[in-house]
Design a binder for this molecule. Structure first.
Ligand SMILES: NC(=O)c1ccc[n+]([C@@H]2O[C@H](COP(=O)([O-])OP(=O)(O)OC[C@H]3O[C@@H](n4cnc5c(N)ncnc54)[C@H](O)[C@@H]3O)[C@@H](O)[C@H]2O)c1
Ligand SMILES: CCCCC/C=C\C=C\[C@H](O)C/C=C\C/C=C\CCCC(=O)O
Length: 249
C-alpha cells in the first residue's frame, strides 16, 4: 500500500511511535526512526531483521533540539531519496518539567511540520500526522500544561491545512485517550485513585489501535486538517467543527 514511500517517525523507540513504525514497514514504507532513547538502536536492529535493514534508518535525536531535528529530517530524505510521510509523535507528560513539555510536545511538532514542508515533493502528495491527545480536546486539571500544548497541536494542525495544501501536502492529527505504553501507564499512576479507576473503567487503548488510526489519516486522501479522536467508547471518530464560524470571527 505504501511501497516506495518514505516516512519519518519521532518517538519511534517505543509505544505509539514503535507500533506506527512497524505498521508503516509492514505496508511497504521505508522509515527514518527518530528517538532520544538509548533503546533506539536495538529497536531499529530488530525492525531491520524483520523488514530489511535497508528499509530503516536509525536516527538518534532529541526533538527539542531544533537543529538536530532538522538534520534527521534531511538525513531521512538523503538516505531514502525523498520524504513523503511525517509522524510528529514524540512526547512527554510530566508537569514538573512543563517548559520542556512545551518544547517536546509543541515546538517539535511545529518544527517537524515546517521541515516536512521544505523537504516533501509537491508532486507526490506528502502527509503529516501530529499526535495530540484527548487532553488536547478537553481541559485536564491533572495535566494543565500537557492539556494546553496538546490543544496547541490540534489548533496548529487545523490552522495549517490551507498552508500545506498549497504545497500538495495534507496535515492531520490524532487525539488518543489513555494508551498502554510507558507514558500512559505513568500518567495513569499519577492520577488520584478515583480518576484512575474511572480511566480503567473506560478502558485503555493498545498502541496498535492508534497506529491504525494514524494509517487511516495517512491513506485517506480526502482528509486534510482532520482531527481523529481515539477512545474506548467511540473507537476512531472524527471531531466535528462548525467551520462556518470562520466568517463570524
Ligand atoms: N500513552 C498515552 O496514554 C497517550 C495518550 C494520548 C496521547 N499520547 C501521545 O502519544 C505520543 C507518544 O506517546 P507514547 O504513549 O507512545 O509514549 P512512550 O513514552 O511510550 O513513547 C514516547 C517515545 O518518545 C521518545 N521521546 C520522548 N521525548 C523525546 C525527545 N525529546 N526527543 C526524542 N524522543 C523523545 C521516548 O524516548 C519514547 O521512545 C506522545 O505525544 C503522547 O503525548 C499518549
Ligand atoms: C492527563 C494528565 C497528563 C499526564 C500525561 C501522561 C499521560 C497522558 C496520557 C494521555 O495523553 C491522556 C489522555 C487523555 C486524558 C483525558 C482525560 C483524563 C482525565 C481522567 C479521567 O478520565 O477522569
Amino acid at each position: 500500500m505504501l511501497s516506495g514511500r518514505v516516512a519519518l517517525v519521532t518517538g519511534a523507540a517505543g509505544g505509539i511511535g514503535l507500533a506506527t513504525s512497524r505498521l508503516l514497514l509492514q505496508s511497504g514504507a521505508m522509515v527514518g526512526a527518530v528517538d532520544k532513547s538509548s533503546s533506539l538502536k536495538s529497536t531499529c536492529d530488530a525492525l531491520g531483521e524483520e523488514f530489511g535493514t535497508s528499509n530503516i534508518a536509525c536516527l538518534p535525536c532529541d526533538v527539542s533540539d531544533d537543529d538536530a531535528l532538522k538534520n534527521v529530517f534531511k538525513e531521512t530524505s538523503r538516505q531514502f531519496g525523498s520524504l513523503d510521510i511525517v509522524i510528529n509523535n514524540a512526547g512527554i507528560g510530566d508537569e514538573r518539567y512543563w517548559k520542556k513539555q512545551i518544547k517536546v510536545n509543541l515546538q517539535s511538532v511545529i518544527n517537524g511540520t515546517y521541515y516536512a514542508m521544505e523537504l516533501m515533493s509537491p508532486d507526490k502528495g506528502g502527509v503529516i500526522v501530529n499526535v495530540s491527545s484527548m487532553a488536547g480536546l478537553h481541559p485536564v486539571s491533572t495535566g494543565p500544561v500537557y492539556s494546553a500544548v496538546k490543544h496547541g497541536v490540534v489548533a496548529f494542525t487545523r490552522a495549517m491545512k490551507e498552508n500545506v495544501a498549497e504545497k500538495g501536502i495534507r496535515i492531520n492529527c490524532i487525539c488518543p485517550y489513555f494508551v498502554d505504553t510507558t507514558m500512559g501507564r505513568a500518567g495513569l499512576k499519577a492520577l488520584p485513585e478515583a480518576e484512575a479507576n474511572e480511566v480503567l473503567k473506560n478502558g485503555i487503548l493498545k498502541p496498535e489501535f492508534i497506529a491504525k488510526g494514524i494509517m487511516d489519516l495517512i491513506t485517506d486522501t480526502s482528509r486534510n486538517g482532520a482531527i481523529l479522536r481515539a477512545n474506548p467508547w467511540q473507537g476512531l471518530m472524527y471531531q466535528r467543527y462548525k467551520e462556518d464560524m470562520k466568517s463570524k470571527l
